[in-house]
Design a protein around this ligand. Structure first.
Ligand code: SAM
Ligand code: SF4
Length: 332
């Protein structure tokens, strides 16, 4: 195995999340404005550039690649990119190729993704109520996503549902979602809403997972699991159902000390930390030279700037450490 990239705080970087587009067929209220101006095509990394960049990371010891967006499955030709990355799974250089999707296009892509070696998929789904789903996503239809999930399961993909915890929106659906995932055999992770992009109403929607956990504890026996993925998720088991539930609590817990990941935007900026503004422009490097050695030097330099942690903080009812980028730009 290739020696990993090591950042200044001795963390091994094994995981890249790559956003392949800033576009999306939904307009989730906590993620995008209804009328978005998207980037000109020339600003986006081409599929070939994405391949060069991800392959360089893999050559530097990266083991896990997650494709995200925007909505990754609306990027034209995206399957070509998955097919290209499959060679790294086949060679054993990469352990996992996966994606985070809103599920709208999964019915179309599930079989092909499975054929590329994708084994798991994260599907974002905050509610099982069609009207609420339409209100949250603005342009989405629940039945289309449920069809996508069914197709992914039929293709043999393991499914993890990611639900953003939204006060007054899906609070009363905690058990509905939990029971549905238990019945369907899906993993489930709740995410605290983060201060990204346009902050209107965001503070009102903040539902701390400490409270969500307490509500789960009223009905189930909870066991904390040691499992760590190097990310912000902590896991617990519901003893009565055997289900594993993930809690992503960037705002109530600091997870930075074990962070093993970096993020690449669709324009080739490498963000070593989701919660900080510093980024390195790798697109410029890619377009200036064909030499893989130059690219690897630039990646090493970018990792050397990974900060110790982020500054998000909702305490005192004000938002500190707010980041102006939209989540769809950095890639969730
Ligand atoms: N379109 C895909 C999807 O929705 O799964 C991938 C990109 S989306 C930006 C990735 C994840 O970020 C989704 O699970 C979404 O719910 C989450 N997300 C978006 N905005 C967020 C916010 N302000 N706070 C917390 N999670 C957010
Ligand atoms: Fe699109 Fe995902 Fe953002 Fe929703 S969360 S608007 S599906 S990118």
């Amino acid at each position: 195995m290739t020696a990993p990239l090591i950042d200044p705080f001795a963390r091994a970087i094994r995981y890249l999340r790559v956003s392949v587009t800033d576009r999306c067929d939904f307009r989730c209220t906590y993620c995008m404005a209804e009328h978005m101006t998207f980037l000109p095509k020339a600003d986006l990394l081409t599929l070939e550039e994405l391949d060069r960049l991800c392959s360089a990371f893999i050559g530097l010891g990266l083991r896990k690649l997650r494709v995200t967006g925007g909505e990754p499955l609306v990027r034209r030709g995206i399957l070509t990119f998955f097919q290209a990355m499959a060679r790294h799974l086949e060679s054993g250089a990469l352990d996992e190729l996966t994606l985070t999707t809103n599920g709208s296009q999964l019915a179309r892509f599930a079989d092909d993704l499975a054929a590329c070696g994708v084994r798991r998929v994260n599907v974002s789904l905050d509610t099982l109520d069609p009207a609420k789903f339409a209100a949250i996503t603005r342009w989405g239809r629940l039945d289309q996503v449920l069809e996508g999930i069914a197709a992914a399961r039929a293709a043999g993909l393991r499914i993890k549902i990611n639900a953003v915890a939204l006060k007054g929106v899906n609070e009363e659906e905690l058990f509905t979602l939990t029971d549905w995932c238990a019945r369907e055999g899906h993993d489930l992770t709740f995410i605290e809403v983060m201060p990204m992009g346009d902050m209107a109403d965001r503070l009102d929607q903040y539902w701390p997972l400490t409270d969500l956990r307490a509500r789960l504890a009223a009905r189930f026996t909870l066991t904390d699991l040691d499992e760590r993925t190097g990310g912000p998720a902590r896991y617990l088991r519901l003893e009565e159902t055997g289900q594993k539930i993930g809690l992503i609590t960037p705002l109530t817990h600091n997870f930075c000390e074990s962070c093993n990941r970096v993020r690449l935007t669709c324009t080739g900026e490498l963000f070593p930390c989701l919660g900080q503004e510093q980024a390195s422009d790798l697109r410029g490097v890619l377009r200036a030279s064909d030499d893989p050695a130059v690219l690897k030097t630039a990646i090493r330099a970018a990792i050397a700037r990974k900060p110790k942690g982020h500054d998000f903080d909702y305490s005192r009812q004000r938002v500190a450490g707010q980041i102006s980028r939209h989540m769809s730009h950095t890639g969730g």
